[in-house]
Design a protein around this ligand. Structure first.
Ligand code: LLP
Length: 417
C-alpha cells in the first residue's frame, strides 16, 4: 500500500509503527491518539543534512509543525536548531535544549515582550518583517543593553505554486518587505550601535514541491546580498525558510537531491555565508499518525458513512485546506473495499476525513489510522466542542512512551472563573 514505509507497515496483517503494534498503543493510550516514529524523524533529518553535505548549513526545525518537547529534544540531538514564531515557541525550543545561538525568530507581529525575550536569550537572529518592527527592535535593544542581531525578511514576490492559505511570498502577502525596502533597512542599521545585521531571510510558503520557486527566491535574495556586499556590509547567514513539500496524497514531494544540488551550486560563490533552512512538515509530518476507532456506521441516501472518534478539532487540515490525509485500516488491509465517507464527531459538516475513498466496511470499534499527521495536527488542535485533546505517543523500536498526556475534563474548565 502506498504511504507505508519501514516505520509504518503491516506485519501479518496488523498495523505496526516501527516494532510496536498499533493495537497495543490504542489499548494502552486509548483513541484518538497521535503516534510518532522517532526513527523516521531522525531519518528525515539525516536525509536533508547529508544532501547538503559540506555546504555550511544549519537546519532549524520549525516548531509550529509540532512543538512537543520530546520531538524537539530528539531533533536537537541530531544537531537541529529551531525556527520559532512566538515567545512560547522560543521558550519551548530553549527548554528542549536547543542552544539560543541556533534559534531564529520570524513573525509579522512580535510583541515587545517577545522581542525582549529574544534579545535577552541571545538568539542567532530576529527575522524582522517591517520597518516599524526594526524601530521597535532598536528601541528595545537599547533598553535591555543588548545589540540586536537581525535579518530582514525579504518578500521576493515568488509564487510557490501552493495552497493560497500557505503561500507567503506573493506580492500581496503580509510577510516580509520588498527588496528595495529591505535595502533601506540594512543601510539604516549600519550606523546604529544597537543593530547588527547578520543575515537575510525569506520564506515563500509551505508544501512546495518544485525546486524552481526556491531558485527564484534565492536569486532575489542573493542579488540583495551582493548589493550589500558591494557596500561593505557582509552577512553571515542566508535563511531560505522552510516549506519543503512532502507527498501528502498523490503529488510528488520536493526532490531533495535536486534541491540540495541547486543550493550547493548557487552558494558555491558565497563561501562565507551559512545556509539556514527552516523545515517543519518535512521533518515530522510522515512520522505521525492518528489512531482512531470506528464509532458507528450508517448509510445516507448517497453514501456509506463511517463515524470515527477523531475530529476536526484534532486534525484541522482537511477542513481548513481541503487537505487529504490517507485513512487506512488497522488490520487486514486486503479485505474487499467499497467507497466510503469517513467523518468525525464534531458538529460541522466540514468534519470529514475521506470522501468516496475505497476502504473495507469496518467492524464496530475497529481501529483505523489517519496518516501524515505528525505536522500541523496536534499543533493546530483545539478543544472545540469541549473535546479534551488526545495524547501523544513516541515509538522507538520496540518501545513506546507517552510524551503528552490525554487532556481531561478539568483541562477544559481550568481557567474559567
Ligand atoms: N519558516 C517560516 C517563516 C514559516 O512561516 C513556516 C511555516 C515554516 C518555516 C515551516 O514551513 P514548513 O516547512 O512546515 O512547510 N498550517 C499549514 C502550514 C502553515 C505553515 C506556516 N509557516 C498546514 O497545515 O499546511
Amino acid at each position: 500500500m502506498a504511504h507505508l514505509n519501514d516505520c509504518l507497515s503491516y506485519r501479518t496483517g496488523r498495523l505496526y509503527v516501527e516494532s510496536v503494534a498499533a493495537e497495543r498503543i490504542a489499548r494502552e493510550a486509548g483513541t484518538p491518539t497521535y503516534v510518532y516514529s522517532a526513527r523516521l524523524i531522525r531519518e528525515k533529518f539525516q536525509e536533508l543534512d547529508s544532501a547538503l553535505g559540506n555546504l555550511p548549513h544549519l537546519i532549524c526545525y520549525a516548531l509550529k509543525a509540532n512543538p512537543n518537547r520530546s520531538l524537539c529534544r530528539l531533533l536537537a540531538k541530531e544537531g537541529a536548531g529551531a525556527d520559532v514564531v512566538s515567545g512560547g515557541e522560543l521558550r519551548q525550543a530553549i527548554d528542549a535544549g536547543i542552544r539560543p545561538g541556533k534559534i531564529v525568530f520570524a513573525g509579522v507581529g512580535k510583541t515587545e515582550d517577545e522581542i525582549i525575550l529574544a534579545l535577552r536569550s541571545g538568539i542567532r537572529m530576529l527575522n524582522v518583517e517591517s520597518q516599524e518592527e526594526l524601530e521597535a527592535v532598536t528601541r528595545l535593544a537599547k533598553r535591555v543593553k543588548r545589540p540586536a542581531l537581525f535579518a530582514v525578511r525579504v518578500n521576493p514576490g515568488v509564487d510557490a505554486g501552493t495552497h493560497r492559505h500557505v503561500a507567503t511570498g506573493l506580492p500581496d502577502s503580509k510577510f516580509g518587505v520588498v527588496p528595495a525596502e529591505a535595502l533601506r533597512m540594512y543601510r539604516q542599521a549600519r550606523t546604529n550601535p544597537w543593530l547588527k545585521a547578520v543575515g537575510i531571510h525569506c520564506h515563500i510558503g509551505s508544501q512546495i514541491t518544485r525546486v524552481q520557486p526556491y531558485q527564484q527566491a534565492l536569486d532575489s535574495v542573493l542579488k540583495l546580498a551582493s548589493k550589500l556586499r558591494s557596500e561593505g556590509q557582509h552577512l553571515k547567514y542566508l535563511d531560505l525558510g522552510g516549506g519543503l513539500g512532502i507527498c501528502h496524497d498523490q503529488e510528488e514531494p520536493l526532490p531533495i537531491p535536486a534541491f540540495a544540488r541547486m543550493l550547493r551550486r548557487e552558494l558555491a560563490a558565497w563561501p562565507g555565508l551559512e545556509l539556514v533552512l527552516e523545515p517543519g512538515r518535512f521533518l515530522v509530518a510522515e512520522a505521525g499518525i492518528i489512531l482512531t476507532r470506528v464509532l458507528y456506521r450508517k448509510r445516507t441516501s448517497r453514501a456509506h458513512l463511517v463515524i470515527v472518534d477523531v475530529g476536526m478539532n484534532d486534525l484541522l487540515r482537511p477542513a481548513l485546506y481541503g487537505a487529504k490525509h490517507p485513512v487506512i485500516p488497522g488490520h487486514s488491509p486486503q479485505r474487499p473495499k467499497i467507497r466510503l465517507n469517513v467523518a468525525g464527531p464534531v458538529c460541522e459538516s466540514a468534519d470529514m476525513f475521506a470522501r468516496g475513498e475505497k476502504l473495507p466496511w469496518p467492524k464496530p470499534r475497529e481501529l483505523w489510522a489517519i496518516l501524515k499527521a505528525g505536522a500541523y495536527a496536534f499543533s493546530m488542535s483545539s478543544q472545540y466542542n469541549s473535546r479534551p485533546r488526545p495524547p501523544e505517543v513516541l515509538v522507538e523500536g520496540r518501545n513506546f512512551r507517552l510524551i503528552r498526556a490525554r487532556e481531561q475534563f478539568e483541562d477544559l474548565v481550568r481557567h474559567e472563573r
